[in-house]
Write a protein that binds this ligand. Structure first.
Ligand code: F0G
Length: 458
């Protein structure tokens, strides 16, 4: 008999979680104005709001924390971190920042000006926020197939090279860089193929443009290249990473994802000019260039985390768990963005809550239902997060409206996945009785979903 798959680690420390009653949850959610970010974590049973900074560190990472060098300048922890980043990415200049959006802030402060166009595949919300707040435009050139949630293609996060080339022709000098997000979070944690990275590089060269990778989940992207793309089966994850980054000029990194730390990030490049400009901003916003908002111990943990999570077994354990949840949803015929993404399942709310009008935010409504059903906290990646058009300030209802169930790394077991799937099934079974959604009571100017106040449509 073939042995079944099992995790490549065992558990050394646990953290209790608590169930609650439906009436408690009704009360808590109302007080949180139906905004999942405003719930207290202790009011949540299974927390799928993000896979960012929520992973479980390994014994090696915790051990490395004790050896942190907390020197203000030139700490050994910085050099340990820098060395592993250089080994994996080939980038020699490494500027630490306190998290991913800080790397975006530091870099875009140097590169983005009013009226610029920044094309790429789907920009993550903070990336888009940092571009739009500088009165520039984040132009999404993802392949159209990414919008068809039921279509199974291996690299749904890809850039549409024709759209990209048309953009480069049309906007020329207004384009400071191309930015590719690996994996493409907004499109469903969908990977970008090596071929697509190569093609992007070629087009960039043709128009003399630089390429940045938003690399939060680059290791998961490498896993998909290894398991889905021809010619990579026998390569190691580290070899694949080396090739991926050879097509980029620079990277921004939220280490809270694929480096499996609770906080941290960096900017890395081989362009001295970009590094020299960024380090001035880094000092002003983040801290001196060898710590940039991070403790020495955190840089040590980051170094180990990056090394561990660019190994196949760790990634396989992770992605197989997300796939397991996907297989349960298949069993219950619940529609989600196919195939299963790297870090999350994105439930297609428009196909689940077919009786809730788009203007009443179906994905947010589904998030509310799931929390009330079982204390599970997901995150809307849809019309609230899409925010208003930067020019007309109107809501945008043209894209996907998804409920993201992000799976923290090395945290929950497949029994938790069973609970999530069952809770969704219960909602799916009564979906036609859900006819009313949410409306906005108050919203902020920028990144509104974090602080938004909602109420139920009566
Ligand atoms: N880029 C991508 C692709 C991201 O997913 C994130 C964060 C960032 C940049 C910003 O990094 O949080 O360290 O400042 N994504 C989290 C999420 C918050 O839930 O997907 P950060």
């Amino acid at each position: 008999m073939e042995l079944p798959f099992a995790e490549s680690w065992k558990i050394k420390m646990i953290e209790p979680i608590r169930k609650s009653t439906r009436s408690e949850r009704e009360q808590w959610l109302k007080s949180a104005t139906y905004n999942m970010f405003k719930l207290k974590a202790e009011q949540v049973y299974i927390d799928l709001i993000t896979d960012s900074g929520t992973g479980a560190m390994s014994d090696r990472q915790w051990a490395a924390m004790m050896l942190g060098d907390e020197s203000y300048a030139g700490a050994s922890s910085y050099y340990k971190m820098k060395d592993i980043i250089t080994q994996i990415t080939g980038f020699e200049y490494v500027l630490p920042t306190h998290q991913g959006r800080a790397a975006e802030n530091v870099l875009f402060s140097c590169l983005v000006k009013e009226g610029d166009i920044c094309p790429g595949n789907s920009h993550f919300d903070t990336t888009k926020g940092h571009i739009e707040s500088r009165k520039a435009i984040a132009l999404d050139c993802t392949i159209d197939e990414a919008k068809e949630t039921q279509l199974e293609i291996p690299f749904k996060g890809n850039v549409d090279i024709k759209k990209l080339e048309d953009t480069l022709k049309k906007y020329g000098d207004k384009i400071p860089f191309i930015i590719i997000t690996i994996t493409n979070n907004t499109a469903g944690g969908q990977p970008v193929s090596m071929k697509n990275l190569q093609d992007t590089r070629m087009i960039a060269n043709k128009y003399a443009k630089k390429v940045i990778f938003d690399s939060a989940r680059f290791a998961e992207n490498a896993y998909f290249i290894k398991t889905r793309e021809k010619g990579y089966k026998n390569k190691t994850i580290k070899e694949i990473c080396d090739e991926m980054f050879s097509y980029a000029d620079a990277m921004t990194m939220s280490a809270k994802k694929d480096a499996i730390v609770n906080m941290g990030g960096f900017f890395a490049t081989n362009l001295q000019e970009w590094y020299d400009a960024a380090k001035i901003k880094g000092i002003a916003f983040e801290g001196y260039i060898t710590y940039g908002g991070m403790n020495g111990r955190d840089m040590n943990a980051l170094a180990i985390g990056l090394d561990e999570n660019t190994e196949f077994d760790n990634l396989e354990t992770r992605i197989k768990q997300v796939e397991y949840l996907g297989s349960k949803l298949d069993e219950y015929e619940i529609p989600y963005q196919r195939p299963v993404g790297g870090h999350a399942i994105f439930v297609d709310a428009l196909k689940v809550l077919t009786h809730v009008p788009k203007e009443q935010f179906p994905a947010q409504t589904l998030a509310v239902e799931l929390y009330l059903e079982a204390g599970i906290r997901g995150c809307e990646i849809g019309y609230l997060l899409a925010d208003r058009d930067p020019v007309t300030r109107k809501n945008r209802f043209d894209g996907l409206d998804l409920l993201r169930l992000a799976i923290p790394r090395r945290v929950y077991t497949n029994n938790h996945m069973n609970v999530i799937a069952a809770a969704l099934k219960n909602i799916y079974d009564r979906r036609e009785s859900i006819t009313k959604g949410m409306k906005i009571k108050w919203e902020a100017e920028l990144l509104r979903h974090f602080t938004i106040e909602l109420e139920r449509v009566k």
